[in-house]
Design a protein around this ligand. Structure first.
Ligand code: FEO
Ligand code: CA
Ligand code: CA
Length: 684
């Protein structure tokens, strides 16, 4: 299937499906807490049960008094033996939700799910009210963005903190009145004004939220912390090995040290020092060329100076019309702009004036997320998947160590070693360093400096023999050297391309891998891996699913995407089946999953999305009493397979008008806040 076939394929009825198909082309106003407080809340809650910081780093941070009760080393051994607090059955109490798919969301009995923020909500005091029929870029810049994906939270004081939310992409067909879904070649209906609204709806949001007098979470609209970070309105610094390199220079930024904007921010992470990491995922989709190949597809000329590099990254994807009106997105006019995207962006939510930083040391690829842990000797380790069929899993190990100096911590992601994963069939894993001059990463092979290595991290991974994976999505380290990798699906893997870590051909439902780093230390360069579950319907033999046999008909799922680990060490997995959801008959949702003991691999359905929506987040507050979820693109994915509707959604005719259910309002991506009815911890 050529790109033109995909673009013109009437069965590909929405952008999310087009995304998936394109993936087939392989290719502080003031500091209210000390940093010690922040780090201690994050790691202290786990009581070092899981050996999170180990002796030296924790002692350096909090002093030896932190270890008066038990040895963290012994505790790490306990977890490895499956001896978490209480029996697994005791820890697994909520009544499972019934699976299905309808126009609204559902939460397990005994919990409340309230809408906290919706696309268009004014987030600053001077923001205009949302008027979907008269939207403007100026208004959108002060309103909550579209397609909320990652959600993070950092506490200012009990009951009050900063919510950090990514806005991954936009769905024009349900955002704009009378527009409809655009043709993917010319975008005939997209005007400069609509493009500018799209750009303002991308990026991220930082807002202060607080518990109100009724104990409900609400936006603090007049907070000085509140701000938007967008694709075309936020200037960022570039640091690390590629900063200032010739390949990072453009006519607008000839020193290659700054860049405007971030977009397609999928998942992310909160660092141990309380900053917010935004992962730039499908950046390629925003770049454009006027050139067309013999078949009439938009394709870069082979004479383009960066043809090979851009080809490996799928640049230009031409998913949006931005390049029609903004020259920097047109590679014919600005050949290097795409090198300035595909990075991890660090934002200090406590300092609204601080410029976000793109950390090139962490490599350039389609970063799904950026979740971190701290090694026993204090190095921060950030895991990140490259979400493309047959692409790789990476981790970054900081050169420096975490301390109580915020400004020093904010430089930890500027220098370190980036590794790519090789999964061996004997269940061992090797982490291969992407270091210029080592192995094949030499001038002879096209890598003149470390800047070339990080800009072309994918090509470096190719040369090192990394293992091509089934679309690595979110990667979540626990604090005991155990890490979970969501592999969402890979319908293009052939029977002759199987390996032990990607064992199913034409995998529609994906799987989850558990990595145990050697010695329980996340900086280890080797370890072991195991498959936790193979997703899909366990009653259909051909699917080859593998779940704990106690898993019910409601508990199994397909296409794991985002995830979180709760205070008990249990995994929570959200799904993104895209247009494939009719294959399971289930909406996307959030599932809890046991990882230890007799119920290892047992999943239970906790929350269901409305039809066409994707489940994002999840994020637990430190006290475990609040869970933030994000419902992305409600009413869009696979609605042609939604019984009784059976057509593609438009603004005027959507499959659901969640969450407002107002005839004048389209569906709106929204952040949902989950609490236990009457209060208490979410997961017990
Ligand atoms: Fe944006 Fe890989 O999900
Ligand atoms: Ca995702
Ligand atoms: Ca996704």
């Amino acid at each position: 299937m050529t790109r033109k076939d995909i673009i013109n394929d009437p069965t590909i009825g929405n952008k999310a499906e087009a995304y998936e198909a394109f993936d087939d082309i392989p290719t502080n106003p003031h500091l209210e807490n000390t940093i010690g407080d922040i780090i201690h809340r994050r790691f202290g809650r786990r009581e070092f049960l899981k050996g999170s910081l180990g002796v030296s780093a924790a002692a350096a941070l909090f002093g030896p008094a932190a270890f008066t009760t038990s040895s963290p080393v012994a505790a790490a051994t306990d977890i490895a033996a499956g001896k978490l607090a209480g029996s697994t059955a005791d820890r697994y109490k909520f009544t499972e939700l019934a699976s299905g798919n309808d126009q609204t969301h559902h939460i397990a009995e005994g919990y409340d799910a309230n809408i906290l923020l919706r696309w268009g909500d004014p987030i600053t005091e001077d923001a205009p009210d949302f008027d979907v029929y008269n939207q403007s870029a100026a208004a959108q810049l002060k309103q909550f963005g579209y397609n909320n994906d990652y959600v993070g939270y950092t506490e200012l004081e009990p009951g009050r903190g900063l919510l950090c939310v990514n806005h991954e992409y936009t769905n024009e067909e349900v955002m704009f009145p009378k527009l409809g879904r655009q043709d993917r070649m010319e975008f005939a209906g997209m005007t400069p004004e609509l493009v500018d609204i799209e750009m303002a709806a991308h990026g991220g949001t930082v807002v202060e939220i607080a518990l109100d007098a009724n104990g409900k979470w609400a936006l603090v609209k007049d907070s000085a912390y509140n701000r938007r970070i967008t694709a075309d309105d936020t200037t960022m610094m570039i640091d690390g090995p590629a900063a200032g390199h010739a390949r990072m220079k453009t006519s607008e930024h000839p020193d290659g040290m700054t860049v405007v904007g971030t977009f397609n921010n999928c998942a992310g992470g909160m660092t141990p020092w309380g900053t917010y990491l935004m992962a730039e995922e499908n950046f390629h989709g925003y770049f454009w060329t006027d050139n067309k190949d013999a078949e009439g597809n938009r394709a870069l000329s082979e004479d383009h100076p960066a043809f090979d590099s851009h080809k490996r990254y799928g640049v230009p994807g031409a998913w949006y019309a931005w390049g029609k009106y903004h020259d920097r997105f047109n590679l014919d006019k600005e050949p290097n702009e795409s090198n300035r995207h595909g990075w991890i962006v660090e934002v200090d939510p406590r300092d609204p004036d601080a410029m976000p930083v793109k950390h090139t040391a962490m490599g350039r690829f389609r970063h799904e997320g950026a979740e971190s842990t701290v090694s026993p000797d204090g190095h921060v380790v950030v895991y990140s998947g490259d979400d493309n069929r047959f692409d790789y899993l990476y981790k970054f190990v900081s050169a420096g160590q975490v301390s109580e100096d915020l400004e020093a911590n904010k430089k930890l992601l500027s220098e370190g070693i980036l590794y790519v994963a090789k999964f061996n069939d004997d269940s061992t894993i090797e982490w291969l360093p992407l270091v210029h001059g080592e192995g094949p990463l030499t001038t002879e092979n096209g890598f003149d400096t470390q800047a070339d290595v990080v800009i072309d991290a994918r090509i470096a991974g190719d040369l090192l023999g990394a293992t091509p994976m089934d679309r690595p999505e979110d990667v979540q380290p626990r604090d005991d050297g155990t890490t979970y990798v969501m592999l969402t699906n890979n319908s293009r893997r052939g029977a002759d391309q199987l390996n032990a870590a990607n064992p199913r051909p034409e995998s529609s439902f994906g799987h989850i891998i558990e990595i145990k780093e050697a010695g329980g230390d996340p900086i280890a360069t080797n370890g072991t891996w195991d498959i936790l579950v193979k997703c899909g319907d366990p009653t259909v033999a051909d699917v080859g699913a593998q779940w704990n046999p106690e898993t019910s008909e409601h508990g199994w799922f397909g296409s794991p995407d985002n995830c979180a680990v709760d205070a008990e060490g249990r995994l929570w997995v959200s799904t993104d089946q895209g247009s494939n959801w009719p294959k399971t008959g289930k909406s996307d949702g959030l599932y809890s999953m046991e990882t230890e003991g007799d119920l290892r691999g047992h999943a239970k359905l906790f929350f269901r999305c409305p039809v066409g929506g994707e489940m994002c987040g999840p994020y637990f507050t430190e006290d475990s009493e609040t869970l933030f979820l994000a419902v992305q693109h409600p009413g869009t994915d696979g609605t042609s397979g939604y019984a009784g509707f059976e057509r593609d959604s438009t603004f005027e005719d959507p499959a659901t008008r969640w969450p407002d259910f107002d005839e004048k309002m389209p569906p709106r991506p929204s952040v949902v806040v989950v609490t236990r009815t009457g209060g208490g911890k979410i997961a017990t």
